[in-house]
Each structure stands twice: as C-alpha cells, then as structure tokens.
Design a protein around this ligand. Structure first.
Ligand code: ARG
Length: 466
C-alpha cells in the first residue's frame, strides 16, 4: 500500500508526509480528549444523514454501534492512538472504518473544519458547567470561613495602609462577589457556545440535502423553547475562535481573582499581620530554615494566574492575522484552552481546600483593629453632624492626628482642651466615636460593613449557595 493512501486525504498525493512532518503536525496527543464529543457529533451526523436518505437505517445503526464500541474502548484505555493519523477525528474514523464498511459514508457533507468547531463547542458547554460547579464549591468554602469568624473585626486597607474597620466576613464577602461574577461569566460563555456549526462543511456548506437544525437539536444546541440554534455563516463558523478567547479570558480573570485572594491570605498569614494561619497540608517548610511555614498553595495560585493570562495572550496572537477561513495555525488553539481549563479546575479546588483549613487568629485581629486611628474618619463625621463642612472637618481631624503623633499618645487620650483648641466643634463627648461597635453599627446602607448588612449578606449567600 503506498504511503499516501495512509491518510484520508491521500488521493491527490504521490508521496505521504515525512516522519518529521507527522511528528510536527499531529494533534492527537492533545485533542484525543475530545473523543466523547467527536463521537456524539458523528452519531448525530449519521442520524441526520439517514433521515436525509444519504445512509440506510442499517448503515446508521452499524455506525452508531461501531462508535459506541470505540468510545467504550477509549474510555477503558484500550484504544491505540496513532499519531500518524494526525488527530482525534481521523483516529476514530479509521477505527470505525475497520469495523464498519458504512463508515466510509460518515464524512458525507462534513469536513474536519466544522467537525472540530462542533466538538469544541460541546467541550466549552461542558467545561463551563464544570467550572461553575467548582466556583460554587470555592464560594461555599469561603462562606463557611466567614461564618466561623462571624464576630471578628479587622482593619480594611487601602494602599496596604490601615484604613477603616470591617468585619472579617465583609472582606470574605468581597471575594464572594468576585467569584460570583466569574460564575456568571462562565454561564455567558456557555450560552455563546450554544450554536451548532455542523453543516458548514469546509467553509461553504454542501450541495447535499442535509438538515442542520435537526443535527443541532440532536446535539442539544437548542434555546429554552427547544428550537435549534445553528451558526449563520459557514465561513465564520469554521474560522471563528472567539469562544476560545472568551473561555480563556474567563479563566484568566477567575485566575486573577484567585491570585488576589491568595495575596491577601499570604499577607494575613505573615508574622507581621498574623490574622490567619493556613492549613499545614497546603503549606511547605524550608529545607534550610527549620522555623519556616511557607504559603505555597497561595503563591502557586498567584503564579498559575500568570500562566492563565499567557494562554489568553497566545490565543489572541494566534488568530489576529489569519485570513478567512480555516488555517492550520488554528490547530494550536487547543493546548492553551485545555491548559487553562485543567489549571483553573485545579486552582479552584486548591483555593477551596486552603480556605477550608483556615484558622482565624482572633487575638491578632483584635489587636490590629484596636488602632484608634481607624476611626479618624468617624471623628470627621462627628464634626459634620455638628455643622462643620467636611473639608474643614477633615483638616481639623488631621491636625488632631498629628497632635497625637507628636505627643506619642493614642488619639482619644489627648486632653479635651488641646482638641478644642484645634476646632471648637469638638464637644465634651468627642471621644464617644472611638467605639468600634458603634462605628460599624452606623454603617447601615446596602453593601456597607455594618452588622445588620453583614447579617443580610450571610442570608443572601446562604440562599445563593444552598
Ligand atoms: N486537527 C485539526 C485542528 O485541530 C482539525 C481540522 C483540520 N482541518 C484541516 N483542513 N486540516 O485544527
């Protein structure tokens, strides 16, 4: 048998590809994970071809049985993948042809271009669903950590300088909001994946009488009312890689959120902050310094987020200069997508587990939040309620802070007459603002860190995450 007939497209070739070319151009080592989607797509396509009179019922049944057997073999790890057959599509087609003569008709009115586009859309729908589940688990872990430290207060920071007091739970709820947007984003990506490209052929459809809507319905590409959703331009359908970019982008942004959470945890677990201790099972020691406990899971979450951004960048660069429609460059679209998916799944699991083992150090939190300077803004608000314009109040409190620094005492320990000299708006009750619980109680508005709002957010998140 001449080498050229080895490949499905060998008809017009006098010689087969060089071994180096086979090694260079194979994608089966990465795209074999698409096998379940490829088989589902081929079964639907065969069903449609039979309905259109292009296959007999017997041929369709033989193809279905053959594909089921091949998938069972693949799932049992008993399938022999051949890199000389390039990709997952040709490996499965070749195996099917060996079993079922009718397999030679399966590729009727189909190209690998619309086939791979369909496989990937099925992959994206499943991957987004799985990641949404992972996000939910991570969120539940955060909610549990917030619930275990309900009454704990910590300083909130801007510019990494102590700013104003907040509930520890309020800080964790900020993380929950970030992850909630990721949850919604993966839902939107899955929604956009929900269009069937099959029937677009190589780029210009087919002269054969196929029924695209029928295939789309079989594969679950339907709207809420069960109506088929199919791509509307055959050239765009095989050239479009927007979903790849959007999926990688959603992973990258989720990664950035995990990285920011990780960074807070790294700071909080340092001796300097000491707000939390991280679970031993997700930290490592130093081979040199016996006292060290390093926050490696958090550092790796930070590091992996760079990799997720790299994958997004690779995909954007891959498509930017390509003429319509399919170009072989596009085969490089899958490694970054699969890597983003795999790493994001891992990161989400690690985040959930790390947070699951978090211990809050109440004494250290209490000591940090006892800093009266955190309530300097409350003191300005005190003046505002006595009719002082905010800018003037801010300036007066600034002078009071400087005075306390000069005398080396906490602000409320300053003598009343010294403070009155700064601004006569300060009354005898001026120190009443230096009460953390009061300060928080007054923060009643939606989204604020007061106890009533925090209780409301606990109820809201329990509802969302139940
Ligand atoms: N392995 C190819 C890819 O992933 C499948 C499509 C091949 N199409 C082609 N015309 N060579 O892009």
């Amino acid at each position: 048998m001449p080498k050229s007939s080895h490949v499905t497209w060998g008809g017009r070739f006098a010689a087969g590809p060089a071994d180096l070319m086979l090694q260079f151009s194979e994608s089966v080592s990465t795209d074999r994970r698409l096998a379940p989607f490829d088989v589902a797509g081929s079964k639907a396509h065969a069903t449609m071809l039979a309905r259109a009179g292009l296959l007999t019922a017997g041929e369709r049944n033989a193809i279905h049985a053959g594909l089921d057997a091949i998938l069972a073999q693949i799932e049992a790890g008993r399938f022999t993948w051949d890199t000389a057959l390039e990709d997952v599509h040709m490996n499965i087609e070749r195996a099917l042809t060996r079993r079922v003569p009718a397999a030679a008709k399966l590729h009727t009115a189909r190209s690998r271009n619309d086939q791979v586009a369909t496989d990937m859309r099925l992959f994206f729908k499943e991957a987004c669903g799985l990641l949404r589940g992972k996000l939910r688990s991570a969120q539940r872990s955060l909610l549990a950590a917030a619930g275990a430290a309900r009454e704990v207060l910590i300083p909130g920071y801007t510019h990494l300088q102590r700013a104003q007091p907040v509930y520890f739970a309020h800080h964790l709820f900020a993380w929950l909001e970030m992850l909630e947007r990721d949850h919604a984003r993966f839902g939107e990506v899955a929604g956009r994946a929900n269009e069937c490209p099959l029937g677009s052929g190589a780029l210009a459809g087919t002269t054969l009488p196929i029924d695209r809507e029928f295939t789309a319905r079989l594969l679950g590409f339907v709207d809420r009312r069960g109506r088929a959703r199919v791509t509307q331009n055959s050239m765009d359908a095989v050239a479009d890689r927007d979903l790849f970019v959007e999926f990688a982008s959603a992973c990258a942004l989720f990664g950035v959120h995990m990285s920011r959470i990780a960074e807070d945890l790294i700071l909080w677990s340092s001796t300097e902050f000491g707000f939390v201790s991280l679970p031993d099972a997700f930290c490592t020691g130093s081979s040199l310094m016996p006292q060290k406990k390093n926050p490696d899971s958090c550092e790796l979450l930070r590091g992996k987020s760079a990799r997720l951004q790299g994958n997004l960048q690779a995909l954007l660069a891959l498509v930017k200069g390509l003429p319509l429609t399919y170009n072989r460059d596009l085969q490089e679209d899958k490694p970054p997508v699969f890597d983003s998916f795999d790493q994001t799944v891992l990161c989400a699991d690690v985040l959930a587990a790390t947070v699951g083992g978090l211990a809050v150090r109440r004494d250290r939190c209490a000591a940090a939040v006892a800093d009266p300077a955190l309530l300097a803004t409350d003191l300005a608000d005190y003046l505002v309620l006595r009719g002082v314009p905010f800018r003037e109040a801010h300036h007066a409190v600034g002078s009071v802070v400087a005075l306390a620094e000069k005398h080396g005492v906490p602000i409320p320990a300053l003598p009343a007459e010294k403070v009155r000299n700064v601004h006569d708006g300060f009354g005898p009750d001026w120190t009443s603002v230096f009460d953390l619980r009061r300060s928080l109680r007054l923060r009643r508005g939606t989204g604020m860190p007061g106890p009533a709002q925090v209780a409301r957010q606990f109820a809201r998140w329990r509802r969302i995450l139940k």
